[in-house]
Design a protein around this ligand. Structure first.
Ligand code: FES
Length: 74
């Protein structure tokens, strides 16, 4: 499933990045460019990224993501 339509980033791409060691969403933005254009994908991309971390045992707080991108400090 495509999560970021601007850069054609799929859920599999995000999961693969986590499996390759990404532990901060900024890494996803840098390597995949996900959420770096219009930002519409950010809430879902960030939620999915956190879920991928939880799936491999990295504890993550429950958060609700606003449409505003809070990771803009690349
Ligand atoms: S849909 Fe991801 S930056 Fe536009």
């Amino acid at each position: 499933m495509i999560i970021c339509s601007c850069f054609v980033v799929s859920d599999k791409d995000i999961r693969a990045a986590v499996e390759d060691g990404a532990r901060d969403f900024r890494e996803i933005r840098k390597t995949l460019k996900c959420s770096t254009n219009c930002g519409a994908c950010y809430p879902h991309a960030r939620e999915y990224f956190d879920q991928c971390l939880r799936d491999i045992g990295v504890p993550m707080p429950d958060r609700k993501y606003a449409a505003v991108n809070d990771d803009a400090d690349l």
